[in-house]
Design a protein around this ligand. Structure first.
Ligand code: S3P
Length: 423
């Protein structure tokens, strides 16, 4: 049962969130082409709809019409970010500058995730935010115009960086952000698309506020490399596979998985490299590779593939030697503790894997086979899809609890998997 043929994966989640945010803040109509309409991005959209932003769907295009940030209405004060850390964190940067008192809530998983990393710099800008136990959602925000600050990010987080960039865009004065390790730069690219002047020199971003985004009319969303990752790994591991994934974003800040696969000897080729909107894309050609080798994933590489670590851990179970993943303690504060959940699920099906304080160690068994077991996504979309790919290596069916969590980032995942499997 090999994977064959070609598909176009779901639109990029990070870029869709930002496209919805910037389109909603700018007055007029923006057409977002090929957006991701997974549950997380819908959470962002629903919040702006509460402020009076209108949206309609036409074929592969999300059309957003906004009265502009200055004409938002604030009739409803409870805003639900659902499962989405990107929604909660980026919007805190915006809400802190709006003339209203609003409460941001999230689901059980999001309500456990750390928010202080965002509220701390925002408070230095003058924001008035109260967190539950000074740490988590719900967050009650009484907005007013903030003042720029200079801030060095203590964690490599694009969500924190973006929250401060958005806050700085709307604030009075100059905001400077220094990021010690580069993280995804989609907010910077969106600044360019929506005509927000800023400077980026080395790892220092400066924005002079206040500035209002101006819609370019159209935004193009490439395929999500974090979603493509599941099919890439499936094709590398399942004998006889030969797959093409079209129009995948290969932004340098996101494409760590390609470098790692090459280091592991995996057969991946980038075809027809080009730009789609402001982002670089390519078609990915992947072929089954029987002589995969272990590698070490660490340091500056981690933010370039943070969301792909669960599926890369699965790939490492098939690579000869010992793969070490370190410097990845951020995984502990994702939708689940992804170190523990990945290790426990893969161990259950027979992988040789153990957790460490900041990652995991995997002993590859290129010839070994996995077994049926009781596994769960723990309501984490990326774990759900990783386990679906793992099931391709097991002869009997694998029953995955809470598999529907994949709706968060990839509602069509099973449909696309079946296309490649010829079902
Ligand atoms: C994201 C940044 C990353 C990533 C998340 C999306 C973004 O989180 O894990 O899925 O869109 O900015 P951190 O910024 O917390 O690392």
């Amino acid at each position: 049962m090999s994977l064959k043929g070609s598909i176009k994966v779901a639109g990029d989640k990070s870029i869709t969130h930002r496209a919805i945010i910037f389109s909603s803040l700018s007055k007029g109509t923006t057409r977002i082409h090929e957006p991701l309409l997974g549950a997380d991005c819908i959470s962002t959209l629903e919040i702006f709809k509460q402020f009076g932003v209108k949206s309609e769907l036409s074929k592969d295009c999300l059309i957003i019409t906004s009265p502009g940030l200055e004409s938002f209405c604030y009739d409803q004060s409870i805003l639900d970010a659902g499962n989405s850390g990107t929604t909660a964190r980026l919007l805190m940067g915006v809400l802190s500058n709006l003339p209203a008192t609003l409460t941001l809530i999230g689901d059980e998983s999001l309500s456990k995730r750390p928010m202080k990393r965002v509220t701390l710099p925002l408070s230095q800008m003058g924001a008035n935010i109260t967190l539950e136990n000074d740490a988590t959602l719900p967050a009650t925000i009484t907005g007013h115009q903030l003042t720029g600050i200079s801030y060095e990010l203590p964690v490599a987080s694009a969500q924190v960086k973006s929250a401060i960039m958005l806050a700085g865009m709307l604030a009075q004065g100059v905001t400077t952000i220094h990021e010690p390790i580069p993280t995804r730069d989609h907010t910077e690219k969106m600044f360019e698309d929506f005509q927000i002047a800023y400077n980026k020199v080395n790892r220092m971003i400066t924005v002079q506020g206040p500035q209002m985004p101006i819609t370019p009319g159209e935004v193009f969303v490439p395929g999500d490399i974090s979603s493509a990752a599941f099919f890439v790994v499936a094709a590398l591991m399942v004998p006889g596979s030969d797959v093409m994934i079209e129009n995948v974003g290969i932004n340098e800040t996101r494409s760590g998985i390609i470098d790692v696969i090459r280091a592991m000897n995996g057969k991946i080729t980038l075809v027809n490299e080009r730009y789609f909107g402001g982002e670089p894309v390519a078609d990915l050609h992947i072929q089954y590779t029987k002589d995969l080798v272990a590698t070490t994933i660490e340091g500056d590489m981690i933010p370039r593939l943070i969301d792909e670590i669960p599926i890369l851990a699965l790939l490492a179970t098939r690579a000869k030697g010992i793969t070490v993943i370190k410097d990845a303690e951020e995984l502990k504060v994702k939708e689940t503790n992804r170190i523990d959940v990945t290790v426990n699920q893969l161990k259950a099906i027979g992988a040789e894997i153990k957790s460490t304080d900041d990652g995991m160690i995997i002993t590859g068994q290129p010839e070994g086979s996995f077994n049926q077991a009781s596994v769960s996504s723990h309501k984490d979309h990326r774990i759900a899809m990783m386990l679906c790919v793992a099931s391709l290596l097991i002869d009997e069916p694998l029953i995955i609890e809470d598999v529907e969590s994949m709706e968060i980032s990839y509602p069509d995942f099973l449909k696309h998997l079946n296309v490649l499997l010829g079902n």
